[in-house]
Ligand binder design. Structure first.
Ligand code: SAM
Length: 248
């Protein structure tokens, strides 16, 4: 049997691909790409002549079956997505899951991921974070998702589209308050890369101040709530102490 490689590709700057990724993409029998036309640019740039097939949200079930048969017959396959790491808010879960079930070797080739790039340069705590992908589009569901973060201590990382970034900031202000700290990372590794960190109210004002601020690709990070013992009222502290003394 062959092997399935999960290969990270750049999130903007075409140089953000590893030597190993280029080598593997040249050597495999088939590259399964989310959008073959989009990925053609990357393959041309790195002189990769491997045959491509498409694997996207709408054909993943069927295509996964075919690919697994091909891998069983001895072919090697590399999965890539339009940008960054496959499966991270991108197709591939069903394929990898079925490969594992079928006993096929799955090898990751690590590389760019917008969430991790944004987080590590944001200045927000990184010891605990949650990746939440895209927020729901519908306003009611979006608010419900944000309500879960009222007492969240970890940094929460979201992907956001330029069409919805303003309405999402409005929802954050209304659900979590204008003072909650937010970081926006925009166009990472591209010409207009920008990081902006401020209160939710100020970040919303910044977006509204200039249409250009709303363009591009965004990673949105919401800082966790910081509980400072000194801020707690006397009674709460006393209660906390007596509760803790009861613990085994
Ligand atoms: N699999 C990708 C990864 O590993 O980052 C993410 C794919 S998801 C469909 C696309 C979203 O990722 C965009 O809407 C945006 O939120 C984020 N994103 C991708 N590239 C980005 C970049 N260069 N700068 C900021 N955000 C980016």
């Amino acid at each position: 049997t062959g092997t399935l490689y999960i290969v990270a590709t750049p999130i903007g700057n075409l140089d953000d691909i590893t030597h190993r990724a280029v080598k593997v993409l040249r050597e495999v029998d088939i590259i399964a790409a989310e959008d073959t036309r989009h990925s053609q640019k990357l393959l041309q740039h790195w002189e990769i002549a491997t045959r491509m097939t498409s694997l996207h949200d709408h054909n993943e079930g069927q295509r996964a079956k075919q690919l697994i048969e091909q891998i069983h017959s001895g072919l090697t396959v590399a999965l890539i997505s339009d940008a960054g790491t496959p499966l991270i808010s991108d197709p591939g879960y069903s394929l990898v899951n079925q490969c594992r079930e079928a006993g096929i070797q799955v090898i990751p080739l690590p590389g760019a991921c917008a969430a991790i790039a944004a987080l590590c340069a944001s200045g927000l705590p990184t010891d605990q974070f949650r990746f939440n992908g895209f927020l729901p589009v519908k306003q009611v569901a979006k608010q419900a998702a944000l309500e879960k973060l009222t007492a969240e201590k970890a940094t929460t990382v979201f992907y956001e589209s330029p069409r919805r970034v303003v309405s999402t900031l409005e929802a954050i202000v209304s659900v979590l308050g204008a003072e909650r700290k937010v970081s926006l990372a925009k166009e990472i590794t591209k010409t207009f890369e920008t990081f902006y960190h401020n209160t939710a109210g100020e970040v919303l004002a910044w977006l509204l101040a200039d249409d250009n601020h709303q363009r591009g690709e965004f990673v949105l990070m919401i800082e966790g709530v910081v509980v400072d013992m000194a801020d707690l009222p006397e009674e709460s502290l006393a209660l906390l102490k007596s509760l803790m003394s009861e613990l085994p």
